[in-house]
Design a protein around this ligand. Structure first.
Ligand code: HEM
Length: 144
């Protein structure tokens, strides 16, 4: 059940992160003002990503992958690339990505000019997007 929520919520998180990043690039290129819709897109992305973080933590300790990690021990588990992805690489990279989103969101609020706001969102959300894309368990996701 929690894995399914985590799996479906991932579409929303990834989709919004992409929209927020592209919206920031477009805003930067068209030299638009930073409107309330831009604020809402970046805030909504932040909230959705934080919810995914909580669901991820809840699932982590119940997951079969974590059970295998405990059974096999860290050393043996790290030799299995799929188990390493699920128990270490994916969670750590997603946490790092959400840290980037959070820093980007709070930094953009302190900027006065629209271009600086768009640029901050584009950089931090862009890095977060790359981190997320790099360590999703793609195969497992689409097999669900
Ligand atoms: C931006 C944040 C995140 C995204 C987009 C994301 C996305 C995903 C996706 C798409 C899957 C595959 C689901 C499936 O098999 O259908 C997955 C699996 C998993 N995620 Fe995340 N995740 C995020 C954050 C986290 C965090 C923070 C944790 C833990 C602290 C976590 C723990 C896990 C675990 C343990 C699995 C493997 C489930 C299994 O045992 O099969 N995730 N995640």
């Amino acid at each position: 059940m929690i894995l399914q929520i985590h799996s479906y919520w991932a579409y929303l998180t990834l989709g919004l992160l992409l929209v927020a990043f592209l919206n920031a690039i477009l805003g930067l290129m068209s030299k638009n003002n930073f409107f309330s819709k831009d604020l809402r897109i970046s805030l909504f992305t932040l909230i959705v990503a934080h919810i995914q973080l909580l669901i991820g933590f809840a699932w982590y300790f119940m997951s079969p992958a974590y059970q295998s990690l405990k059974d096999l021990g860290m050393g043996a588990a790290m030799k299995d690339s799929h188990l390493r992805l699920l128990t270490v690489e994916h969670p750590l990279m997603m946490i790092l990505a959400i840290i980037f989103i959070t820093i980007g969101y709070s930094k953009h609020k302190k900027k006065e000019e629209a271009s600086a706001e768009f640029k901050t969102i584009a950089i931090y959300y862009g890095i977060a997007l790359i981190l997320v894309l790099s360590r999703l368990p793609w195969q497992q996701w689409f097999e669900q």
